[in-house]
Design a protein around this ligand. Structure first.
Ligand code: CAA
Length: 384
């Protein structure tokens, strides 16, 4: 491995690997069927410090670096992608946004219980008609004395049902484009915040994805996150970190599919030998290992840049683009190696293939990542 992990990073990786394979893996297949939210996993993950890893200990986190975080996240994804997506949204778009933009009071009230895993959080940006283009969102927040009144519908919200705190974006100045979007912290139980339709998804079935409806939802001015007009920036910077997380999840799911394929190919015999003896299979295994390793290096590279406090938007998008496309290919190849058995629910690769499908879509489609990457290349070229 090109990238050298520190002893502490290796220790975190080993600790989470053991927990993930002993605890998280146990009910992953069952939950894919029942859609039961893995609340017991999160309770234990909170105790292990996995729900706000990069947040300082003073606010309930672990003060871990991003490399340790991606190692942990990919180990959880290895066993259960539904559990890992909740961990990812919680750590990056929710906790990091609160830490970066929150007031001291907001950090004490909302970040602390989120970072130590007492409660789950959600981020509401997407709407029925505003996905890749969040500036076209139509949710509004209108000032009324010391409150904002929010109206609108958010869609595809990870943990919409189970979250106790929601960060939501809304237009405070509908004529000001991205500068007219603000962000608000809305605890569940606030009058006018309603959990709507829950999606019946192809994969990540144990993680809930819902509409969140805001009907004259009154939120005190003190619960605005950042300044008025900061909402788009908060979402974009949260997504930078989130995209490294999706890349890390891709790494974990791909590794699980790869390990399953190698195990199967070693046992399965055709034409008198284990199929791994056939060059057609060996070459596939070699290509898969190469792709996973390339993705791993991109993920570590983007995470290290973030840890060094260098700009990393482009590198996060590169890692997300490559790793999410890679895992779709790896899981498809793993099914191919399993032949007909891979098409059944008796083998884990069937679930991994379905879980991986959304990775090229959420937190910015592959097409959006290409826009971000090419915008940065053009911007860099214009620099003197
Ligand atoms: N960090 C901070 N600020 C940023 C930023 C970043 N990464 N990227 C852009 N900005 C700022 C810019 O500096 C600029 O601000 P100024 O005008 O003050 O300079 C402003 O935002 C606008 O920037 P752009 O002109 O580059 O933005 P754009 O409108 O051309 O395009 C986009 C932006 C890349 C297409 C963006 O809209 C985008 O990423 N779209 C995809 C949205 C997305 O990923 N949605 C997924 C939702 S979350 C989810 O999947 C659900 C879940 O729960 C998991």
């Amino acid at each position: 491995m090109l990238f050298k992990l520190t002893d502490e990073q290796k220790m975190i990786q080993n600790m989470v690997r053991e927990f993930s394979r002993k605890v998280v893996a146990v009910k992953a297949a069952e939950r894919d069927q029942t859609k039961e939210f893995p609340a017991d996993n999160f309770k234990q993950m909170g105790e292990l410090g996995l729900m706000g890893m990069m947040i300082p200990e003073a606010y309930g986190g672990e003060s871990a670096d991003t490399v340790s975080y991606v190692l942990a996240l990919s180990e959880i994804a290895y066993s259960c992608a539904s559990t890992s997506v909740v961990m990812s949204v919680q750590n990056s778009i929710v906790c990091e946004s609160l830490y970066k933009f929150g007031t001291e009071d907001q950090k004490q009230r909302f970040l602390q219980p989120l970072a130590c895993g007492e409660i789950i959080g959600a981020f509401g940006l997407t709407e029925p008609d505003a996905g890749s283009d969040p500036v076209s969102q139509t949710t509004t927040a209108v000032r009324d004395k010391d409150h904002f009144v929010i109206n609108g519908t958010k869609r595809f919200i990870t943990s919409g049902k189970h979250a106790k705190v929601v960060l939501v974006t809304a237009k405070t100045d509908p004529d000001a484009g991205h500068k007219g979007i603000s962000c608000f912290i809305v605890p569940k139980g606030t009058k006018g915040l309603i959990v709507g339709h829950e999606e019946d998804k192809m994969g990540l079935r144990a993680s809930d994805t819902t509409d969140l409806i805001f009907e004259d939802c009154r939120v005190p001015v003190s619960q605005m996150l950042g300044k008025e007009g900061d909402g788009f920036k908060i979402a974009m910077s949260g997504l930078d970190s989130g995209r490294i997380g999706i890349a890390a999840q891709s790494m974990g799911v791909a590794q699980a599919a790869f390990d399953a394929a190698v195990k199967y190919a070693t046992k399965r015999r055709q034409f008198g030998v284990p199929i791994i003896k056939h060059q057609a299979i060996r070459f596939q295994i070699a290509d898969m290992a190469t792709q996973i390793e390339a993705a791993r290096q991109l993920v570590f590279s983007a995470a290290s840049m973030k840890d060094r406090k260098e700009p990393y938007t482009k590198e996060a998008s590169i890692a997300k683009l490559f790793a999410s496309e890679m895992v779709n290919e790896i899981t498809a190849r793993a099914i191919q190696i399993h032949g007909g058995y891979g098409f059944t629910k008796d083998y884990v690769v069937e679930r991994l293939y379905r879980d991986a499908r959304v990775f090229t879509i959420y937190e910015g489609t592959s097409e959006i990542q290409r826009i971000v990457i090419s915008n940065h290349i053009l911007k860099d070229k214009r620099k003197p």
